[in-house]
Design a protein around this ligand. Sequence first.
Ligand code: B3K
Ligand code: ZN
Length: 891
Amino acid sequence: MDNTLQTPTILRSDYRPLAWRVESVELDFRLDAEQTLVTSRLACVRVPGASGPLPLDGEDLELVSLRIDGAEAGECMRRTERGLEVTPGSDTATIEIVTRVNPAANTTLSGLYASKGGLFTQCEAEGFRRITYFPDRPDVMARYTVRLEAEQASFPVLLSNGNLVDSGELPGDRHYAVWEDPFPKPSYLFALVAADLEAMERSVETLSGREVLLQVWVEPGNLDRAGHAMDSLVNALRWDEETFGLELDLDRFMIVVVADFNMGAMENKGLNIFNARFVLARPDTATDADFEGIESVVAHEYFHNWTGNRVTCRDWFQLTLKEGLTVFRDQQFSADMLARAAGAEREASARAVKRIDDFRGLRAAQFTEDSGPMAHPIRPDSYQEINNFYTATVYEKGAAVIRMQHTLLGAEGFRKGMNLYFERHDGQAVTCDDFVAAMADANDRDMTQFMRWYSQAGTPVVRASGQWDADARRYTLTLAQHTPPTPGQPEKLPLVIPVAVGLIGPDGNDLPLRLEGDSAAGATTRVLELVEAEQHFVFEDVDAEPVPSLLRGFSAPVLLEIDESDARLAFRMAHDADPCNRWDAAQRYAERVILALAAKADADVPEAFLDAWGALLADESLDPAFVALAATLPGEGWLLERMRPADPAPLRAALMRVMRAIGERFADQWLGLYQRLEVRGPYRYHPADAGCRALRNLALRYLAAAGNEDGLNRAETQFEYAENMTEQFGGLAALVHSASPVAEDALDNFHTRFSSDALVLDKWFALQAGAWRWDEAAPPVLERVKALMDDPAFKLTNPNKVYSLLGAFFRGNPAEFHAADGSGHAFWAEQIIALDAMNPQVASRMARSLENWRRYTPALQTSIRTQLERVRDADGLSPDVAEVVGKALVG
Ligand code: B3K
Ligand code: ZN
């Protein structure tokens, strides 16, 4: 059966306010792993003047009873496709609903579910309806009181949102706790936890002098891994006070760790629930990147308390209202933390490293999404399954759209806009228009055209060209924009694009800029506003032909097209004062070389390219963290996006050739860097140290790729003796990414060392799934992936395991996944179907790894199409996966 015909589409334009308000919700849980009884008492009031029933969503629920104002509902209730509909006889009603659910059987990890003996909830976007019948939409904001009751031995800790108002023991070794959340909230922010946990606690004073209790709850025995999350939370709390004047509004703020979780973390009011991966860290188990990820996710969820919880979304189409804004806030926070740690002298470089990292992520995940069948505006107009829209577009491009407002209005103007937003909308469920209106009104600026960023999909292309007039001493920069068509949007209108520009003189120094009409020359970087399809910008007093440096700091989420010779790229790699563009020049040069090599198997790596690379490595004035980024080749996923038709096998071969060439040619430099940048003393998570470790690990990767004996020995020694995971894993990764026979022993050894550490094993799985075949005689990686699925530590029910083994293979290893015999594609279909029966959200995420199949060679397309159709026609397919494969096949 073609499942895609069954799934209804929901339209943004169909939004209607509900005829009822829910003033308060009293929830009573008799918790049990297999039979949890939920009683919900809703105080409902009809909206004056409105008519119609109250629809209650429900999914996978056993309805025990439903009473309206104490009486059996009878005729006043009917079953609908989405759940129930009740029609109270008067304008106010108390509806009491009793349902029964089975958390242990809930493998979707949405609603109430069991994980390692504890009970946890996940309600965003539509999980609350899997706990009780409720108008489960974000514009229904109510006050919640929650009573939890459970057996004391199995569930010693009982948590929910807000403040603990009562607790005690009950006969029969049972106990209870009552929690009250003083702030009205949508149902997606409800949470409970009943488990055996221990807390790390810290008390802090807020801006206004209130004492608040912070807790990080972990499994017993893990308290020594909670410190970094706690520090990050305190830093986030302070940052939001200092930057936006926003204070924690509860007496207590909790973070709880869970091992089975679909995504990173969840911002439930006062009770954030986290994937263990984004909390637990100790130097010997977590890498620098893990420490960084924890800091940013802890902050992200904390920042949601204002941007998401106090002001929430009217409907799910507005998701970027909270997500784009909160990602922007966490990016700014991380940049500030890095800058602070780096100190005044290195501050700019530290910020640039963060900016490059963020942009690289945007390009890899969002630009590719935007050119495929799932392309959508940051505020989509339709969806079949909302869980499919927690995307790079809504999050990362959404953040870039907020960043442009920050750029256009300035930090102060942006702050004024935020103040007005909270002044107007605190306690409300609002739209993206409301947010931009606050920005516009606070700054007295017309943002009508800017709003197109919210409605147009696709990555805009900015085409730039420059002309220098020697006689007039003028330089004219022409910028033209167009956005390619995307599904359902054949035509696009010009956007407001802030383009930060510098002009580099022949000596490599920036020129002071004087735009036509300016009285005097000013700064060396200016933000131009491109608002028409094409515009000319004239710079005066330009005595020699400059090299333009455009989109400095990645000032807009666009693709820049500009004709640049190899020599000019090398010049910008060496001289661009903007580190982001310096990185970009290196990336462009590498991309050009790699794609040319992929098209011509017997060509050599160009000497000029190697020289430019050598200059980068030799420049000791550069921050190691920056060099580590600049000297990393563009990601394979991005290169496939740039290659037409995309052909993973020759691309992989080209990448290997370039890596070997850089490893061989600069062996001495790499070994020198390795020696020079050694970090001594105990591990600390610090940008300077992390930068050195990153560059040393990169050196090992290049040396190992080239089969350099010294390099391989160093990788082995580092693997064996390092006292922190960053170096230990860096050594292992270098060995695995080489033809060295030592790799297998090292992998075994690592597995033995960490056999009981789920998070560390995730790295072990991912490394092998993503491995390249440096030794041509080695068996296909697919064989290893299949074998690893039988490892006792692997579980298809644990999302982290799925992401690290299957995700790393499907997304991170294109040359092996797209093997010419189609074996990878057939394996993909089997796994998607198996996963979908347990956890549609995870299945759908994995399914998306083939959505851009039309860019591949005809032979690969044929193979992929067969498997997409096989999944599409599978029995009982979820709407989640049906939407993804359906759109891919129609695309
Ligand atoms: N708001 C959650 C994401 C929920 C995803 C639901 N499928 C995490 C976050 O963005 O902070
Ligand atoms: Zn978020």
